[in-house]
Design a protein around this ligand. Structure first.
Ligand SMILES: *Cc1c(COP(=O)(O)O)cnc(C)c1O
Length: 212
């Protein structure tokens, strides 16, 4: 695992951040990577993440990112637990996160999940929809929008994924957002070429998950 991390770091440009996606992985694996300097970890299921975070709560310097589908009734717990949320996919959800964040006296960094191609298996704003509600999102006082997140459909050839990632970069630039969270184990190179600032890598770093 540590060899995979070093190799990946060597291949990533300095300015691209690596999010280690630890869903389906044990807290001891997370601890091992933290021991060699990986500080950002991504989880996609609250129920799975909570006990792991508890086991790792001595590692106060870790930064936890939520990357999964976010159910509205779990927003408060997610706001209290995670530092960055990559998967805000509707205006009502953004409003709810901002409201509970205010009540909890937090102000999470958030990214809007956008869907650039038809994909029934994934959520996300349509680009036109996001542009329309953007002023409303900017009005929310207790979230800090920092970027966009996207996933390319699993069936899309790599060459075309790069185009999807370029569209994401362009929309982020148009909205004045610095971060693009895009690219996973199979397509992070295409995402980096298109201007990703975060890549989210799970299996290529940890090996296979306990589920999939
Ligand atoms: C699981 C997951 C990843 C990582 O996937 P790998 O193919 O294992 O690298 C990245 N982003 C999201 C949103 C995920 O759910």
């Amino acid at each position: 695992m540590s060899a995979r991390l070093r190799k990946l770091r060597d291949r990533l440009p300095q300015k691209v951040n690596l999010l280690a996606v630890s869903k389906g992985q044990t807290s001891s694996s997370i601890r091992e990577l933290a021991g060699i300097g990986q500080l950002d970890f991504g989880e996609s299921r609250l129920q799975e993440a909570l006990p792991k975070l508890e086991e790792l709560n001595d590692l106060e310097f870790l930064c936890w990112h939520f990357i999964g589908h976010l159910q509205s009734n779990k927003a408060r717990r997610i706001v209290k637990t995670f530092d960055v949320i990559h998967s805000v996919d509707s205006l009502p959800l953004a409003e709810r996160i901002s409201r509970v964040a205010g009540e909890e006296r937090r102000c999470p960094q958030v990214m809007m999940q956008v869907k650039f191609r038809e994909d029934p298996s994934k959520g996300g704003f349509e680009p036109s929809e996001l542009k329309k509600v953007w002023p409303n999102i900017l009005d929310l006082s207790d979230i800090k929008p920092v970027g966009l997140m996207t996933m390319a459909p699993a069936t899309l050839p790599l060459q075309e994924r790069k185009i999807v990632f370029q569209e994401c970069r362009e929309l982020a630039d148009a909205l004045g957002l610095f971060h693009c969270s895009m690219g996973m184990s199979g397509d992070w190179q295409q995402a980096v070429a298109a201007g990703a600032t975060w890549v989210r890598v799970g299996s290529a770093l940890f090996g296979n998950r306990r589920y999939d």
